[in-house]
Structures are given as C-alpha cells and as structure tokens.
Design a protein around this ligand. Structure first.
Ligand code: KIV
Ligand code: ZN
Length: 392
C-alpha cells in the first residue's frame, strides 16, 4: 500500500489539458512536456487517449518508451477495443496504467449512453476485469460522479474494486460540486464501499464554477490520496485543477492538511508553466496563482513598504520556491517612497532625503500619466533632474 502521507500527483496536461480548445500538440511537443513533468517528479503522466486517433496512440507509446521513473497512463472508454489500444500504447512503460471510465449519472446513462444502471455495472465489471488481466495498475473513473446517486456510486466502486481496479476516481466532470459536498462524498464512499481501504481514492475536478482547486483540497481532507491535475489549470472548458496550486497549498498549509506532502520539485513550476503556455499558445493570465506574471509583483506602497521590512508581511511562499528569481516591485501610482528608493538603489542610485522627495514628486506626476514606469524612466527622473519624459 502506498504511503498515506504522500499525495500522488497524476498529471493530465497531455490528456484532459490537451482537450482544451486550441491546445493540440505534436508528438515532439508532447515529449517536451513529458520531460518537464519528469523534472517536476510527478507520479503519473496521463499521456493521452490512445483510441482517439492513431496519432494519439503513437504519442502515448513514445512517451511510455521514453519517460523514466514515472508511471504512464492512457485513457480508455469502458470498451474492449479502447482498452486494447490503450494497452498497446502504455505496455512498454516502466509502470503502465490503464485508465477506464464510464459515466454513472442518470443524465449520462439515459441521454448519452442509453443504458440502464444495471447494464453500466455489468460493463464496468467486464471491462475492468479485462484491463486488469493485461495490466497490474488499473484506474476506474465514474464519469460525472458528482451528479450520480451516491448509493449507486458505492455499487459502482464496489464492482470496480472487486474486478481489480487499484484506483477509483470520483470526477467532478462538469465542475458542479462544492467543497463541503465533495468532501462529504469522499467520506461517504470511504465509509460504505467494501475494499475501498485497499485502493487509492482519486479526485479529478473541473473549474466551471472556479472551485476546482478548493474541491480537490477538500477531497484530500477526506482521504483522497491521488489528485488529477494539469499545469496552468489547462483543460476542457474552464479547465482542470492546477497542479501548482494544489502542491503549493499543501506546502504552505501542512498544519491544515495533516502534514501530507507530494514528491514534486516545486522550483520547476515556472519553467514547466511557461513551456506549456508557449507550446499550446495559451497565455497564462497575469494574476494566475503561483505562475502568473503578477503572482509575486507588488505595486501598492503599503505592500512594498511591508515587504521591504519583512517579506512574510505580504507573501505566503517565496517566489524562488516556484522558480521565480525574486519578488517584483512594480512601480506605479500606488507605490510609495520606500518602493521607489529600493528600486533606485538596485539601479545604483542612493538618494538623500531631499533628493528622494524631489524624485518621488516627479515619479508620481509621471505615474499618473503612464501605466508602466520603466527603469529607464526612473534613471531619467533622477539624472535629468529636469522634466519627466512625455507620456506614452
Ligand atoms: O472529467 C472527467 O470525468 C474525465 C474522466 C475521463 C476521468 O476527464
Ligand atoms: Zn476531466
């Protein structure tokens, strides 16, 4: 049994993330992302959906061959042909994983699959058994679990576990659940599903209502020991849970999460985030937690003043811990004299009190006209001692 104090990071940037509109990657690009996931030290790379296309199968196969020290998973619908394609793709991995899914909510069973709940149970039994005969590690996901009947979900997981599933995943496929509800669902399953104590419980959340990270963290409190995440929160529609947010939340609040940890090298986050953004062409929003350009940037004078005295005043983690070189003190009209003085010192200008007063006056005049004050503007302000440069 896995160490209960370690949360497994199952990265699905190359599967659910790549399903994001416009995020399609070539095999070469997928390999670059896989290398960066290995540097991050994720536990499992979900490399793709082999039955989706020959290109997907080939890419998963290549990643399975090349990625060392990590498990490689492929996704498969609960169908023999999908599982065969998946096994063909992952079988050469050091630790192959077949990830089988079937929807379990009434809405999906009736309108999408057109099968009864009993038929779904039979399909789960036959396909999970088939997958387990091929592969020692099989994950079963109950798609749309959070809109499924809870007692039926217990029967679903009981069946999957009896047929050999080693991980059971409870996806919030449409980003519908709320943190307390998701936590309660995990507790409900833990208390009622026979054999669940012998398998890994996994959380997989989508961000349609902006709850993906909060829901994933709630599941950890209720016993989830695997989380399914992507870099930059990339994924279908509003995206999946962002890996960097979950990992840094666990690192920052061990007191709240019972000291559970991950194996992630968090200093690699920025490089990995920028690689994914560059290859997919999907920019990272500036205010994105952990990896956004403004995640460690401070403009307001009161914050800058506090930070210059002690960074604990306004930062809960260091920029260096996730790959940034330092905190960015952005100078704008909200900045104060301390921030200006600190930046000028970095630029080699030590002003006395009177000089600083004059420079600050000019700086505020310029900041009122210009959105971004550059270092060149600051040097000009100090050196010219005359007028400020024209607004852009
Ligand atoms: O969101 C979802 O339900 C999925 C499954 C295939 C695991 O991505
Ligand atoms: Zn998903």
């Amino acid at each position: 049994m896995a160490d209960p104090a370690v949360i497994r990071i199952f990265d699905t940037t190359l599967r659910d993330g790549e399903q994001s509109p416009g995020a399609t990657l070539t095999t070469g690009e997928k390999l670059q992302v896989a290398e960066s996931l290995v540097r991050l030290n994720v536990d499992i790379i979900e490399a793709g959906f082999p039955a989706a296309s020959p290109g997907d199968l080939a890419a998963v196969k290549e990643i399975a061959r090349q990625a060392k020290g990590v498990a490689v998973a492929g996704l498969a619908r609960a169908a023999i042909s999908d599982i065969d394609a998946c096994w063909e793709a992952v079988s050469e991995a050091e630790n192959p994983v077949i990830h089988v899914f079937l929807a379990t909510s009434d809405i999906h069973l009736k309108h999408k699959l057109n099968i009864s709940p009993e038929e779904a149970l039979q399909r789960i039994a036959s396909t999970v058994s088939y997958a387990r005969n091929l592969c020692p590690t099989v994950e079963f996901s109950a798609e749309d679990a959070t809109r499924s009947d809870w007692d039926y979900l217990c029967r679903v997981f009981e069946t999957a576990i009896k047929c050999g599933a080693t991980t059971v995943n409870t996806p919030d496929t449409v980003g519908y659940t709320m943190p307390h509800e998701y936590e309660a669902l995990f507790r409900y399953l833990r208390e009622r599903v026979p054999g669940i104590e012998d398998v890994v419980m996994s959380a997989h959340c989508h961000n349609d209502l902006g709850m993906a990270t909060a829901n994933t963290m709630a599941a950890i409190r209720a016993g989830a020991r695997q989380v399914e995440v992507t870099l930059n929160g990339l994924g279908e529609r509003a995206g999946n849970t962002a890996m960097e947010e979950v990992v840094m939340a666990l690192r920052t609040r061990p007191d709240y999460y019972g000291n559970v940890t991950t194996r992630i090298n968090n200093q690699e986050f920025l490089a990995a985030s920028q690689l994914v953004s560059r290859l997919t062409g999907i920019p990272v929003q500036p205010n994105k937690a952990v990896v956004g350009a403004n995640a460690f940037a401070h403009e307001a004078g009161i914050y800058q003043d506090g930070l210059l005295k002690n960074r604990l005043t306004y930062e809960v983690m260091t920029p260096q811990s996730v790959g940034w070189s330092d905190t960015k003190l952005v100078l704008g009209k909200h900045s104060g004299r301390h921030g200006l003085d600190a930046r000028l010192r970095q630029l080699g200008h030590r002003l006395d009190a009177e000089q600083l007063k004059t420079a600050y006056k000019r700086f505020i005049t310029l900041a009122d006209q210009k959105k971004h004050i550059t270092d060149a503007d600051l040097v000009y302000i100090v050196e010219s001692g005359k007028e400020t440069p024209a607004a852009i």
